[in-house]
Design a protein around this ligand. Structure first.
Ligand SMILES: [Zn+2]
Length: 502
């Protein structure tokens, strides 16, 4: 082939590629549902402030999770009593099952018209009753007393206001409201509130799941905490409702090295401190490979976001994954928020070794906490650590009881996902609903076997600066946002009756 022909071939290829890119961009329409219903503007019995006060009452009951539960059982019972006093219809008209350790977890059963028939498509709406504590040394950094349930002009303040008593109370408010209207669901509804989510749910949500297993009930879909409504993040969409289709797994490994010890003056070339430090550095410097394919929740997120971008270049990139996938994957690793979505992370969180400045350390250990992206496994992560350390003097072991595989990935095209999107958009008109990956863990780990699809979503509005309020200082939710939370469940519970009809 001559120069001229080569030039023609290159030019033709470029024309074809750009033609395909432009065509794909032009046909990449929004994946967002168009909704015609709208959520109500007000509650028939309570003002937004009164609803806020009902939630604030629960924040004054410090249901902190400790490994030794015996220290505060009565606090949880106090919360149960408070709930019963505020939601008389729920307690009268639904079946209440008290489950798990000391019967502290709650499962409400609301049988639908289809209950007990093969047509029933039950849903489980979940949240948790416990909270994390407030460390002594952060108390004075709070604007208010974290357990006083303070409400000011705009916000409800306190531990549990976004994680996760607002979920418990919003679900119950919506249920109480619908019961007062005589609503009877077509498909059954379960409300599940574990009492030990913050310490992994093995004594709470685990038993709620067992309850379903014993009765061979399969849940059509489950909604629990996780992703939220994100505002003002550095992406060219003002507000996004992200629904977690999956969550990352985790494994904690201990890296250790041993020696006979001796006086520091007799130092060998490397002490156990040197050996373990080098091993830690190798793990940090050699991350696991990127997991970014059409099946990745992050890939799906970008597919849904693409058509929402106003910027043409961005829209073109996210309409042509066949061409840009490798570049997107590369760019994702360079951004701190995106990179946790595409690869397993390694955080060196603890290190210890040595007892005295002039004694050679006999043992040094370091702890690495990995968060595992779907596509990797506990075993592949541990093997990766062993391979990159590549030093027979170093032991790599899984810390006892630590090892959770990444969750299964739920469907973003199921009727249930559609129902969820619809309910969100009835309360937040115009907000794009985007599937995504949740990078932390929830009680949903216990529900993998009983639910076909699991969605992690709360309509809490989060700006970048709000993220640190989770488990942190000045946890709060706005009064109006809490009302929207109730409306979301008010819509979802009603829409749930449509499942299986179309
Ligand atoms: Zn939580």
């Amino acid at each position: 082939m001559g120069r001229k022909e080569l030039f023609s071939v290159v030019l033709l290829t470029l024309m074809i590629v750009s033609g395909v890119v432009l065509y794909n961009t032009s046909i990449n329409h929004s994946k967002q549902l168009i909704v015609d219903k709208k959520a109500p503007q007000e509650h028939p019995a309570f003002t937004q402030r009164e609803l806020a006060e009902r939630l604030a009452g629960s924040l004054r009951i410090p249901t902190v999770s400790y490994e030794d539960r015996s220290t505060n059982i009565s606090v949880f019972l106090q919360l149960h009593e408070y709930m019963e006093s505020k939601f008389p219809r729920v307690y009268r008209e639904l079946f209440v099952h008290k489950l798990g350790e000391e019967n502290l977890s709650l499962l409400f059963e609301w049988p639908g018209v289809n209950h007990g028939t093969p047509n029933d498509k039950p849903a489980l709406f979940a949240s948790h009753l416990d909270v994390v504590g407030v460390p002594e040394d952060t108390l004075d950094k709070w604007t208010v007393d974290p357990f006083a349930g303070i409400i000011d002009e705009e916000f409800i303040w306190g531990r549990g206001s976004i994680d996760d008593k607002q979920g418990v109370f919003a679900i119950l408010e919506a249920t109480e409201w619908l019961l007062s209207l005589g609503h009877k669901p077509k498909n059954s509804i379960y409300l599940g509130f574990g009492h030990d989510e913050e310490i992994s749910g093995f004594k709470g949500a685990h038993f709620i799941a067992e309850w379903f297993k014993e009765r061979s009930i399969t849940i059509e879909y489950l909604v629990d905490e996780g992703m939220t409504l994100y505002r003002d993040f550095p992406i060219p969409i003002q507000e996004l409702a992200l629904i977690g289709l999956a969550e990352k797994g985790s494994v904690t490994v201990e890296i250790s090295a041993h020696s006979k010890g001796g006086h520091a003056s007799l130092s060998t070339k490397e002490t156990t401190v040197d050996i373990v430090s080098k091993a830690v550095a190798k793990i940090s410097d050699n991350p696991m490979p990127v997991q970014f394919s059409a099946a990745s929740p992050f890939h799906k997120a970008l597919e849904y976001m693409g058509p929402e971008f106003g910027n043409f270049a961005l829209k073109a990139i996210f309409s042509n994954f066949w061409l840009f996938d490798p570049i997107i994957a590369r760019l994702a690793t360079m951004d701190s928020l995106a990179s946790v979505n595409v690869r397993t992370t390694a955080a060196a969180t603890m290190i210890s070794g040595g007892i005295k400045s002039n004694v050679l350390p006999t043992k040094t250990t370091a702890i690495i906490n990995h968060r595992i992206v779907p596509g990797d496994t506990v075993a592949s992560v541990v093997q990766h650590d062993i391979d990159v350390i590549n030093d027979p003097r170093v032991n790599v072991t899984i810390v006892k009881n630590e090892g959770l595989e990444p969750s299964p990935i739920s469907s973003e095209v199921s009727p249930a996902f559609k129902l969820l999107s619809q309910s969100i958009r009835e309360v937040f008109p115009g907000t794009p609903v985007i599937p995504s990956l949740f990078v932390a863990n929830t009680d949903t780990r216990h529900y993998w076997d009983i639910a076909k699809d699991i969605y992690r979503f709360c309509p809490t509005k989060m700006t970048p600066s709000d993220l640190s309020r989770f488990h942190g200082i000045d946890e709060r939710i706005s009064i109006s946002n809490y009302f929207e939370f109730i409306l979301f469940y008010f819509q979802l519970i009603q829409n749930h009756s449509d499942l299986g009809t179309s």
